[in-house]
Every structure is written in structure tokens, then in C-alpha cells.
Design a protein around this ligand. Structure first.
Ligand SMILES: CC(C)(COP(=O)(O)OP(=O)(O)OC[C@H]1O[C@@H](n2cnc3c(N)ncnc32)[C@H](O)[C@@H]1OP(=O)(O)O)[C@@H](O)C(=O)NCCC(=O)NCCS
Length: 182
């Protein structure tokens, strides 16, 4: 019997290996199902993300591997991106969470995760809180690199959340994205 879910694509490192930085090379690829556990740990330790259940990360790594990414250094998952194509608008990649191990930040790992996950998408959306400068910059930089407009709106108001303490979630929408020539 063939597997119910097609194998996740093996995305070669989008990256050019680090040259001269002294950093070990990074591979960016679709996650293996069990790597949902690594995503959960990174989200837990990120200091900024709402932590979903470990079950949610395992399911996403299994069922949405084609639109999720991990960054791997020396065999260790040091960054992840959770994303999915919106069912009613499949050309749009919705980026739910991105996190990079604090020790690996500032090396453009998040930029590479995003660029790789967004390959082939017509639009990218992400929900960002206003005070998350790093996240704001990540998406602004992506839009600038792709020469695409970035439009901000509100996704969910604080009052939409049933549990206390949630901030308003802003939406950034980037696109239309021109196909990248390979
Ligand atoms: C947001 C996060 C994923 C960025 O990861 P990263 O690998 O360090 O980011 P990159 O090195 O790819 O940087 C991408 C862009 O963001 C900018 N940036 C990254 N961190 C920044 C910071 N703390 N302050 C300002 N700009 C920042 C970079 O300068 C770069 O912009 P540029 O192309 O104009 O130079 C990381 O800080 C993180 O894990 N934060 C905690 C989780 C989180 O907040 N996730 C986002 C919400 S889903």
C-alpha cells in the first residue's frame, strides 16, 4: 500500500553554505513527522510565541510538511516555520509561527525558512503582534527582497480571544509574488 500522505519533499539547503563566517552549514528542508517535537521545544523556548500543544506540532509536521520548514545545523533542528496554504485561497501561504534558537539568531535562518516555504506561493500572510520588531523586520525584508507590496490589517482583535491576556494579532499580507526564476 502506498503511504496515504506523499513523502515530504527534500528541499536542498536553500542556502549557500556559510563562507568565511565560521558557522557550520545550515540545511533548510521540510520536517520529518517526529521533528514536530523539536518545533514544540523551540516554540517553548522562544520567549515570544504562544505555545501550542506538542500534539499540534507533531500533526503539522506530519500533515503539512510541504508548507513547513526546519533549519538543521549539525543534525539538530535549530529553527522552524509552521505554515499552511489557506484552503479557500491555496495560492496564499499563511505563516503561523517562526522561531530560531536564540544561539542561531541573526544568521538569516528565519529569512531562509521563509523564502523556502514561500517558493511557488502567490501571496504570503502572517500574523504579527505590533511589538515584535524581529518578526516585523523579517516580513518587511522578505517583501523588499521580492519587490512585493506589504499590506497591514487586523486579523483578530484582543477581544476575539476567549482567554485573557491576548494582544491584537495584526495581519501582514505580501504579494502578489512574482515567480522566482531558477
Ligand atoms: C523572529 C526570529 C524568527 C528571527 O530569526 P532570525 O533568524 O534571527 O532572523 P534573520 O536573521 O533571518 O533576520 C531577518 C530580518 O529580520 C531582521 N531582524 C532579525 N532579528 C531582529 C531584531 N531582533 N531586531 C530588528 N531586526 C531583526 C534582520 O536584520 C533581517 O532583516 P534585514 O534582511 O533587513 O537585515 C527570531 O528572532 C525568533 O525566533 N524570535 C522569537 C519567536 C518570534 O517572535 N517569532 C515571530 C513570530 S511568529
Amino acid at each position: 500500500m502506498p503511504p496515504a500522505t506523499p513523502a515530504a519533499p527534500r528541499v536542498p539547503s536553500a542556502a549557500a553554505p556559510d563562507t568565511g563566517s565560521g558557522h557550520p552549514p545550515v540545511t533548510v528542508r521540510a520536517p520529518e513527522p517526529a521533528e514536530g517535537a523539536d518545533m514544540w521545544r523551540l516554540a517553548r523556548d522562544s520567549g515570544a510565541l504562544d505555545l501550542n500543544t506538542s500534539y499540534a506540532y507533531l500533526l503539522l509536521a506530519r500533515d503539512f510538511a510541504r508548507t513547513c520548514r526546519v533549519a538543521v545545523v549539525d543534525g539538530e533542528v535549530v529553527g522552524f516555520l509552521l505554515g499552511y496554504r489557506r484552503p479557500e485561497e491555496p495560492s496564499t501561504l499563511f505563516v503561523w509561527q517562526v522561531a530560531v534558537d536564540p544561539a542561531q539568531r541573526g544568521r538569516r535562518l528565519a529569512a531562509r525558512l521563509l523564502a523556502d516555504a514561500a517558493a511557488g506561493a502567490g501571496f504570503v500572510e502572517a500574523s504579527i503582534t505590533a511589538d515584535n520588531t524581529a518578526s516585523q523586520r523579517l516580513f518587511e525584508s522578505f517583501a523588499a527582497e521580492r519587490g512585493a507590496p506589504l499590506v497591514r490589517s487586523e486579523l483578530f482583535a484582543a477581544a476575539d480571544f476567549p482567554d485573557a491576556g491576548h494582544e491584537t494579532e495584526g495581519l501582514v499580507r505580501i504579494g502578489p509574488l512574482e515567480p522566482i526564476e531558477s
